[in-house]
Design a binder for this molecule. Structure first.
Ligand code: DO4
Ligand code: MG
Length: 284
């Protein structure tokens, strides 16, 4: 089951089930007031199935998608794929040994990525920092966590990153990662009773510039050096998240060093079995 948020014709924020060619707006009733509350129930799929829906809304270009987040925190893991380790070691002489060690260490790299207001949904802009010169999207399988740290679903994530800032000094990581419009999530959350095999989670990153594809690469969750459960176990240590959280699980695709994003590029990230998140790139 896929669920998301969107703006209806009256400009009201709605939660809806996504079916192949239409959205079914949910009537949340008196009991629930947000998608996050549905995700926090013991069985989100059963809870959502128990709700009434309004008339179907056809999915076409007029749908105003919103990121499927309310008041959850957004966290991210780093250096969980060999490709990310290699790329970080190339970009930062000062921190090369840190990236090498963290790839192999028990404790993963986990960092705070974004508050909800910094997150863009499907078709909404993502930003290149005005003070950065080397920027990339990071396509990441993203876990949707309940307040009890249950993985209730998956979504597509884009961990926008300024490689020149993070490469200059590892202490600049929060500035390379967390700023307005720094994170993409969506177009919806796919809820699972049982998660798919890692090898089924194929990830594709496509970047379009002036209507030409200038980058297209694939990886899969099977290339990840850590398990989802391991990452969640570390994230939840001495850390409560009363509204739940999103955890981006790291990138396995990093474009070669001469590549940087431009304003007006279009970034498409697809994860098999989940969906495709597309965002135009802007620079203030
Ligand atoms: O420390 C650098 C960040 C790494 C990251 O975001 C990733 O591997 O996805
Ligand atoms: Mg990342």
């Amino acid at each position: 089951m896929n669920v998301t948020k969107f703006l209806d014709q009256a400009d009201s924020i709605r939660v809806g089930i996504v079916e192949s060619n239409h959205l079914l707006p949910l009537q949340l009733g008196e009991r629930y007031s947000s998608l996050a509350e549905l995700l926090a129930t013991e069985n989100p799929i059963a809870t959502i199935q128990s709700l009434d829906t309004d008339a179907p809304v056809p999915i076409d270009d007029s749908i105003r998608w919103l990121p499927p987040i309310d008041d959850q925190e957004v966290w991210a893991a780093g250096v969980t794929y060999k490709r990310s380790q290699t790329a970080r070691m190339e970009e930062s002489e000062a921190a090369a040994s840190c990236y090498d060690r963290v790839y192999q260490a028990d404790r993963p790299e986990l960092f705070f990525k974004a508050t909800p207001h910094r997150v863009s949904g499907h078709k909404q802009p993502l930003r290149i920092r005005s003070d950065a010169t080397w920027n990339v999207p990071e396509p990441e399988i993203t876990l949707v966590l309940s307040p009890q740290f249950q993985i209730v679903g998956l979504t597509v994530g884009n961990d926008m990153s300024s490689r020149d800032i993070e490469g200059e000094n590892p202490l600049y990581l929060p500035q390379a990662k967390c700023y307005d419009q720094c994170a993409g999530l969506g177009p919806w959350i796919t809820l699972f009773d049982t998660l798919p095999e890692m090898s089924a989670l194929r990830v594709d990153l496509k970047i379009e510039r002036d209507s030409h594809v200038v980058f297209d690469q694939q990886t899969s969750g099977a290339e990840m050096a850590r398990s989802f459960e391991d990452l969640v176990g570390w994230l939840s240590r001495d850390n409560s998240m009363p509204s739940g959280a999103f955890l981006m699980t790291g990138t396995g695709i990093v474009p070669s060093n001469e590549f940087t994003l431009h304003a007006d590029d279009l970034v498409h990230i697809s994860i098999a079995g989940i969906g495709t998140l597309s965002n135009p790139i802007v620079q203030a």
